[in-house]
Ligand binder design. Structure first.
Ligand code: GLA
Ligand code: ZN
Length: 683
């Protein structure tokens, strides 16, 4: 049975729909065009709080009932949003507590969206009430297939309500002020707190000296946690209100992939299904959406996710809003499916006539008919997805390699002062992901909750902050035979960003078999090198490395590569430690991408992990499987056709229904989905 809803056992196709923006007569025309495009799901009413609750004590659902019934009558399912992402103007005027105080300390006024204070009693009361009323009213509607809480929760607030909720949160976390002072290291710069009320939110008026750089990281890190949890609590309260009436319909809220302010790993625990909004531009390298999809898939242990929003063509918010070239909308959406999406949903179904999104791409454009290029492409994809039926629905991506991604580590490392302004988490994650992507080696992005034992190789780039107990889990993984790779600046601090003394990488010292004495930040135009001897022939050679160079002492580890420059030339730059049945690698500096590719290829080969297929550049291959069938996706991100050797795989291309084997041609921006019965692959 499909995970999200058994009412729509196929890849869902549709998107955000805002019919309250146009006259009722148009709805019929919309339905006709939806039919033409095989659209079967509409998300509504994402931003209609002001219409649904025109006055404090009056709710108006009549128009929504009407549109709901019309959609249902036209065979369209509904993903129902709770509409709480933009509060009504009357509410802001009457209850200013709903308005945030921003990072600069300014009290906001009514305007924009996504700006309610998560600790405002008014916001919580009315958001929960609206969610509850909607759930009561629509839970039993046959066309309802999913709940969509609010929209893209985002941002932080620094108001007095948040300040006092922060103190309560801290009391729960630390118990006493003495403990807080100890864990926060407040003897530094005279920060000892004697009363809870002395603690104020860290922002540009208090602890920050630059928008992204606090001077007191322990406080800032807890504020990251606290604000993420505050918004999460708002989401959870709406969820609980919905569940009271609608226990069987999947509940989600739409994420924005690697959105730093919110710890989605924690958030995902509260959701039935992860959904997210993907907006690659024409300049986005295809490995990036692959990473985003893997990150979103990993939040719920590999469960399929919903692609909740993507544009059928241009957006309105990039500096240069280019059209999607013919064929690329289809390709981008198959890429999402290839990585685990079970829905393809657009923002939006009909284009707005006014305000900031009037020039955002839509399925039905301002021209208003079905002859436009974008509509025709959308309709063609709709027909294909219709023909696919439930083929890939709920099929899983199986990866033996994982990259760890931890939001708290992200906050902590980038909050920290020094050692290099260019030391950032995403580029480090991307670099290791890209190396695997280029080799068509399936990779999961995992959270600190994921069981490591499922994997053969686990890569944890710049794992600066170690969660309590995580080092022992890494040790157990390696001892049991796993291959672990970590890099410079790992294992430095505990969960409060306090250094673990006695030699870096702190708790990872045993498993890596090294200790790091100091770390050098290189200027952007400087490079050192890692020279690897012939011990491991696959790695022999000299590679550029920069950013940060760790000065390493090998203890039980074997030195595989050494620096060639500076006063630490000849000292270890790359080490491998045998630990129990496995090995742990430490990469002391930031190497050139070619080296990362070679190292990961070597480690995968050692573990018997092979590329799904060997292909030309920017030809991506992924695999989903279920019930003895595998679906091999071949995605050609190049404008020109390519030939791809199927390496012995034999099967049927689901899109053309042709039998394929040997070497196949994939057209420019083309896609092949090869269905094989497991056991048919000869390699
Ligand atoms: C976000 C929002 C949508 C819309 C799109 C435009 O993803 O969730 O409401 O504004 O951006 O790209
Ligand atoms: Zn607030």
């Amino acid at each position: 049975m499909p995970l999200i809803s058994d009412k729509l056992p196929k890849i869902w196709y549709g998107g955000d729909y805002n019919p309250d923006q146009w006259p009722r007569e148009i709805w019929q025309e919309d339905l006709r065009l939806f039919g033409k495009a095989h659209i079967d799901v509409a998300t509504l009413p994402v931003f209609s709080w002001a219409l649904l609750q025109p006055e404090e004590d009056r709710y108006d659902f009549a128009w929504l009932d009407d549109i709901f019934d019309q959609l249902a009558g036209g065979g369209i399912k509904v993903c129902l949003a709770t509409s709480t992402a933009a509060h009504p103007a009357w509410m802001a005027r009457r209850y200013p507590d709903i308005l945030r105080v921003d990072f600069e300390g300014r009290k906001r006024k009514y305007g924009g969206r996504h700006k309610s204070c998560p600790n405002s009693p008014t916001y919580r009361l009315y958001a929960i009430r609206l969610a509850e009323k909607m759930a009561e009213r629509y839970a039993g509607h046959d066309a309802l297939v999913a709940w969509h809480i609010s929209n893209e929760f985002s941002g932080y607030c620094y108001c007095d309500n948040c300040a006092s909720a922060f103190r309560t949160w801290l009391q729960k976390r630390y118990g006493t002020l003495e403990e807080l002072n100890r864990r926060w290291y407040t003897t530094f710069w005279s920060h000892t707190f004697y009363e809870w009320e002395e603690i104020v939110p860290p922002n540009i008026l208090t602890e920050y000296w630059q928008p992204d750089k606090p001077q007191f990281q322990t406080i800032a890190l807890d504020y990251n946690r606290f604000q993420s949890e505050s918004l999460q609590e708002c989401m959870r309260l709406e969820r609980d209100a919905i569940r009271r009436h609608s226990p069987d319909v999947a509940i989600t809220t739409n994420f924005m992939h690697a959105y730093k302010p919110l710890d989605y790993a924690a958030w995902a625990r509260d959701l039935d299904v992860v959904s997210w909004d993907s907006y690659p531009s024409n300049r986005t390298h295809p490995a990036e959406p692959a990473l985003w999809h893997a990150l979103m898939r990993g939040l719920k242990g590999g469960q399929p996710f919903m692609l909740m929003e993507t544009t059928p063509s241009q957006v309105n918010w990039q500096q240069y809003c280019q059209l999607k070239k013919p064929g690329t909308m289809r390709l981008h959406n198959y890429q999402a499916i290839a990585h685990g999406a079970d829905t393809v949903m657009f923002f939006q179904l009909r284009q707005s006539l006014g305000a900031s999104e009037k020039f955002h791409g839509a399925v039905i454009s301002h021209a208003g008919h079905g002859e436009a290029r974008v509509f025709r492409e959308v309709a063609a994809l709709g027909a294909e997805l219709h023909r696919l039926g439930d083929k890939v629905v709920d099929a899983r991506v199986e990866a033996q390699v994982a990259i760890l991604f931890d939001w708290e580590n992200w906050w902590a490392m980038e909050n920290t002062a020094g050692p290099s302004k260019d030391w950032q988490y995403m580029p480090q994650i991307s670099k290791y992901h890209r190396a695997l992507w280029e080799q068509n080696i399936p990779v999961d992005l995992i959270t600190t909750e994921t069981d490591l034992m499922k994997y053969q190789v686990v890569v944890a780039p710049s794992l600066y902050l170690l969660q309590p107990g995580y080092a022992s889990r890494i040790e157990a993984f390696v001892a049991a035979g796993g291959t672990f790779v970590t890099t410079f600046m790992s294992g430095m601090v505990d969960e409060n960003d306090i250094v673990v003394p006695g030699g870096y990488p702190g708790e990872l010292r045993r498993v890596t078999g090294i200790w790091v004495e100091e770390f050098d930040a290189l200027y952007p135009d400087e490079r050192n090198e890692i020279a690897c001897g012939s011990d491991i022939p696959a790695l022999a050679g000299t590679y550029e490395a920069g950013l940060i160079c760790s000065v390493i002492h090998a203890e039980t580890a074997k030195v595989i590569g050494t620096y060639t420059k500076d006063f630490y030339r000849g000292t270890p730059a790359l080490t491998r430690n045998r630990f129990g049945a496995g090995t742990a690698w430490y990469i002391g500096a930031d190497p050139e991408p070619g080296f990362v590719g070679k190292l990961l290829e070597h480690l995968c080969t050692e573990r018997g992990i092979r590329p799904l297929l060997v292909t030309a550049e920017n030809v991506e291959v992924t695999c989903r499987s279920k019930q003895g069938r595998t679906y091999l996706f071949v995605l050609n991100h190049n404008p020109a056709p390519v030939r791809v050797d199927l390496n012995g795989a034999i099967g049927t291309d689901l899109l053309t229904e042709k039998a394929l084997e040997g070497t196949v041609e994939v057209e420019g921006y083309g896609v092949v989905i090869l269905e094989t019965i497991t056991g048919n692959r000869t390699s």
